[in-house]
Design a protein around this ligand. Structure first.
Ligand SMILES: O=C(O)C(=O)Cc1ccccc1
Length: 307
């Protein structure tokens, strides 16, 4: 049975997401301490794939995931899932809210309950740990008084109880997760796909606008753009782009080839079905048929059959 890594320990949102991402095949889920460790296990071949959090509707991207995706050998996303995120506040049964002095969780979880904490635990010391379930484990071990955790964590730490449930500053907050593996056969285009890339552009006038123009010219809808420092050179950035369409689509293929020409480097991070299955509306001049017709016309002109 293939092994799939996820940000553990058991009881994280990522575990929940990875179960959904692997629902259509038999898989054994193995917890990793961090996202980089999970992705290293994919690169080394210890596991087939990994489930990782990539962005949240409240807090934005998960930098550890973006960096770990691009800092080493290529990996590609083959599937995504979006799950709603609300939190439970877990503690030992003898601890009430007014006795909580330390609260631990994943930085993204802490960021999503800031308002609730200001209201309810204004004096508590806040500690960032590697995941929401790691926080629950630490509370179970007596290291902190309370954990901001996924509701499923309680199943794994039955010695704890929920001081509060359904905590979230923003209703309907959601997180997007990816199933990532080594490059290989791509998922088939479905007509409702997303493509992710990471591009490094030179530090000159207009290079970012030029890069985006390659997408807009071909009627490609950009759904996310994020910059992260390249790290070794201050003031230089790499851009993470998500856009509608599959690399097998003519307009996306052409845009990628243009980016490859224009950018210092382009890394393909996958084409995979969108979680919401929303079919992108394509302008008439950017449809597959329009590209095919234009290519046939050009071939005929070059062959001297048309003018
Ligand atoms: O720590 C977890 O449970 C994770 O899976 C990462 C995370 C944290 C907060 C919101 C969504 C995902």
């Amino acid at each position: 049975m293939p092994e799939i890594a996820y940000l553990g320990p058991p009881g994280t949102f990522t575990e929940q997401a990875t179960r959904l991402l692997t629902a259509d095949f038999d898989a054994e889920l193995v917890p990793s301490d961090t996202v980089p460790v999970a992705l290293a296990a994919v690169r080394s071949g210890d596991v087939l794939a990994a489930g990782v959090p990539v962005e949240n509707s409240v807090e934005g991207s998960v930098p550890a995931t973006l960096d770990a995706l691009t800092d080493d050998d290529p990996l590609v996303a083959v599937k995504e899932v979006v799950i709603p995120v609300q939190f439970d506040v877990l503690a030992h049964p003898d601890v009430d809210l007014d006795r909580v002095e330390t609260v631990a969780s994943h930085p993204h979880a802490l960021a999503q309950v800031r308002g609730w904490m200001t209201e309810n635990l204004p004096k508590a010391d806040v500690r960032a740990v590697s995941s929401t379930a790691a926080a629950a484990a630490a509370v179970a071990a007596g290291e902190f008084d309370a954990a901001i955790s996924a509701p499923v964590a309680l199943e794994h730490y039955p010695e704890l109880r929920a001081l509060e449930t359904g905590v979230a500053d923003v209703r309907d907050a959601a997180t997007r997760f990816l199933l990532v593996r080594k490059p290989g056969a791509l998922p088939e285009p479905t007509g409702a796909d997303r493509t992710s890339i990471c591009a490094v552009i030179s530090h000159e006038v207009g290079t970012l606008a030029d890069m985006l123009a390659e997408l807009s010219l071909r009627g490609i809808n950009l759904s996310r753009i994020e910059s992260r420092p390249v790290k070794h050179s201050f003031g230089h950035y790499r851009f993470y782009l998500d856009f509608d369409g599959h690399v097998a689509d003519a307009r996306v293929g052409e845009a990628m080839a243009a980016l490859r020409r224009r950018c210092d480097s382009v890394r393909f991070l996958g084409s995979y079905p969108k979680a919401d299955r929303a079919v992108a509306s394509v302008r008439p001049g950017s449809s597959e048929q329009a590209f095919r017709n234009a290519a046939e016309w050009l071939a005929a002109v070059r062959a001297g059959r048309l003018a």
